[in-house]
Design a protein. Structure first.
Lengths: 386, 300
């Protein structure tokens, strides 16, 4: 009886082990690619970059994986750090929309490839502006996006669309309930609208803000006037001061005709129009005094991936004229290479909507200060003085 | 004396005694429960203790750990945090009341009617269980949001537009109630299984009306189920994330989104854990309700 019980248990355990998930290993020639970006970027890679690259490089395929957000990519990068110096396989080669300063300590340990020493044939074509914004050579900028205003041209003729911050404020107040932006921590469209208000509160001086000069006192001094501006706008927003919880929800409200104007990422707005989520009659406009802040998206490549060479080939490929042109036409972003390296006809077509410079608001402690204080000072819709 | 099936089986088997031969192997029972108990200790009890310790045993200015209630003092003196706690309690209470008001009639209908129609009603009542809350949230914006389907229907009937509940505290209430209907209906329905048709017929025979039957025959028998349903609803709603995140106002925010934001965007784990411990303190009250009612149920 006991023996039989033992046999049954042992047999069950053995059967169970067989059913355990197998260890998986990176496949040679298959680049394990992770993104922190939204669906439209993943679509761009699936439909444009992957087929072009695989056709040009027989034997190499790309395994596109949605890593969710920056925290998701950090977890995968942590795995790559753990594998450094061992023969372990990190199962990761390419990080889209990431920052080599993450995870903390990864740079010191030599996790990330320095692109300036990687002999990329297209490296010299990168717009110097991108390195002014972020000089980190382990980050490779490959596409830019900016926030602009998307509006309903059936209610607001293009000729009357606001072109400066003051025009915008005047318009919002003259048309109560017709504007909404999302919470600054829930998506860059609202986040950069708030940052534009911060510029406006400080004489449109974009030079005042840098990551090195941050102090709590300075943040309070520079940010508090912006909260006053935004609180002043709140009663004129949709529902007297409602804020959506993401870029997509703002686009949905514009699409439903619930509001007339929203701040939106250029790439998301253009894709929404092409997919019908926003009607053809949607207009896009950038402010001409100081634009809404934007940034370049960057990729990183880890030095210990099984397919590092293929990943670097891909990094070079996305800076080619072909992909950079597609960033303009398919994605609605703007290229990371200088304008001399974009097809001439595209340059002619898009030169009006592309700003000569993109204000970039620093992250780090500034981001935290904006997120924290916006929630306390603006979101409750309570006059701090009362 | 009890008329539940479980009670009958327990009584029927106990005189027969040692059918499976466990009398001399008392440790077998302990071994069987050891795995889940260890799991609960490891994944639930230990993190709770660790969280409480982490919030009261904090480094001071010199970097030396010492006992401090500073993070709790901050939470309970900070108007913003208290407003978030208050809206969470309000949402939970309103949702629990609405759930019972909506689900009890549905469960009564399903229990006491026959034919094909109740089957469809049941399918409809269970349906929200299979809808992920993120999809529910976006559908809500389409239907109840500004210029949504409801507004279009009202407009077609020449009625004025409604003030949309989207991005107000009522948005999460409507979404959460819809989301929790299936579980509440199922729990109430199982409780109504304890109400025998005979007892209701007997009451009817002596002239009891519908309300009298509900009040004196049905409700006393399903009191436990109501308590269990309310506890489950409260526990689920208190810690809800997606629906309040998408549908609720920017401020005050419910504890779920508040904790997540504090942890991931303000990089302030101590405050986030303090908020979690405080939420846990409120939830444990309802957890104890639930345990108490289950224990009482097993005693009788």
């Amino acid at each position: 009886m006991k023996r039989r019980a033992f046999m049954i248990t042992a047999a069950g355990a053995t059967a169970g082990m067989v059913l355990l998930p197998r260890m998986s290993f990176a496949v040679p020639g298959q680049i394990d690619w992770y993104t922190s970006s939204d669906q439209n970027i993943l679509d761009f890679w699936t439909n444009v970059v992957k087929p072009k690259f695989e056709a040009a490089n027989p034997g190499i395929t790309i395994n596109l994986v949605d890593g969710g957000d920056s925290a998701g990519l950090q977890a995968i990068a942590d795995r790559a750090i753990a594998a450094l110096g061992t023969s372990n396989d990190p199962q990761a080669d390419f990080f889209e929309g990431f920052d080599s300063r993450l995870p903390v300590g990864a740079l010191d340990k030599g996790l990330w490839v320095d692109f300036s020493k990687a002999n990329l044939s297209n490296y010299s074509k990168i717009n110097p502006l991108a390195f002014e914004i972020d000089p980190q050579r382990e980050n490779l900028p490959y596409r830019g996006s900016q926030v602009l205003l998307a509006y309903d041209t059936t209610k607001l003729p293009a000729a009357d669309a606001p072109k400066t911050w003051d025009d915008l404020v005047t318009w919002i107040k003259a048309n109560p309930g017709q504007f909404i932006y999302n919470r600054p921590n829930k998506g860059g469209s609202g986040g950069n609208f708030v940052r534009r208000a911060v510029y406006a509160a400080n004489g449109n001086d974009t030079k005042l803000f840098s990551i090195d000069t941050y102090t709590d006192e300075k943040a309070k001094e520079l940010l508090d006037p912006a909260w006053a501006i935004l609180n002043d706008l709140a009663p004129s927003l949709m529902d007297g001061g409602a804020y959506t919880s993401g870029n997509t929800q703002s686009i949905q409200l514009l699409g439903q005709g619930a509001v007339t104007m929203i701040p939106a990422w250029s790439d998301q707005a253009i894709q929404a129009i092409s997919q019908g989520a926003l009607p053809e009659t949607t207009g896009l406009v950038q402010l001409t005094d100081v634009g809404f802040p934007g940034n370049f998206s960057r990729i990183t490549v880890n030095s210990n991936g099984v397919n590092k060479d293929a990943a670097l080939k891909l990094a070079d490929f996305i800076l080619s004229e072909e992909v950079q042109g597609a960033v303009l036409t398919e994605l609605g972003g703007f290229p990371a290479v200088s304008w001399d390296h974009v097809p001439a006809d595209l340059y002619e077509k898009y030169k009006d909507v592309i700003p000569a410079s993109i204000p970039v608001f620093p992250g780090g402690p500034w981001e935290k200060a904006i997120n924290e204080n916006w929630y306390r000072a603006v979101a409750p819709n309570v006059d701090p003085a009362s | 004396m009890t008329d539940t099936p479980a009670g009958n089986i327990a009584q029927a088997t106990s005189p027969a005694g040692d059918i499976v031969g466990t009398r001399n192997r008392w440790y077998l029972g302990l071994l069987l429960v050891a795995a889940p108990v260890l799991l609960v200790c490891w994944l639930i009890i230990y993190p709770i203790i660790a969280a409480v310790v982490q919030t009261v045993w904090v480094p001071d200015a010199d970097g030396v750990n010492r006992l401090s209630l500073e993070s709790y003092r901050f939470f309970f003196s900070d108007g913003y945090s208290l407003a978030n706690l208050w809206i969470t309690l309000w949402t939970t209470l309103v949702c629990a009341i609405l759930l019972l008001l909506i689900c009890l009639p549905i469960a009564l209908y399903l229990r006491f009617s026959e034919g094909r129609l109740p089957a469809y009603v049941q399918a409809l009542a269970i349906f929200p269980m299979f809808v992920p809350s993120i999809i529910l949230s976006y559908a809500f914006i389409r239907v109840l949001g500004p210029n949504g389907m409801l507004d279009i229907l009202l407009n077609a009937a020449h009625l004025p537009k409604i003030r949309s509940p989207y991005l107000t505290p009522w948005g999460p209430v409507i979404g959460l109630v819809w989301d929790h209907i299936p579980l509440t209906v199922l729990i109430l329905l199982s409780g109504l299984g304890n109400v025998s048709n005979q007892s209701i017929e007997a009451a009817r025979d002596v002239g009891a009306g519908r309300l009298i039957v509900l009040w004196h025959i049905i409700l006393p028998r399903i009191g436990n189920s109501v308590l269990v349903a309310a506890s489950f609803a409260v526990l689920g709603i208190f810690s809800a994330f997606t629906i309040p995140y998408v549908l609720g106002p920017a401020a005050p925010e419910m504890m779920g989104p508040f904790m997540q934001r504090t942890f991931r965007e303000l990089y302030d784990p101590t405050s986030a854990i303090t908020q979690a411990v405080i939420s846990f303190g409120f939830c444990i009250v309802f957890g104890l309700f639930y345990v108490y009612s289950v224990a009482r149920n097993q005693r009788t």
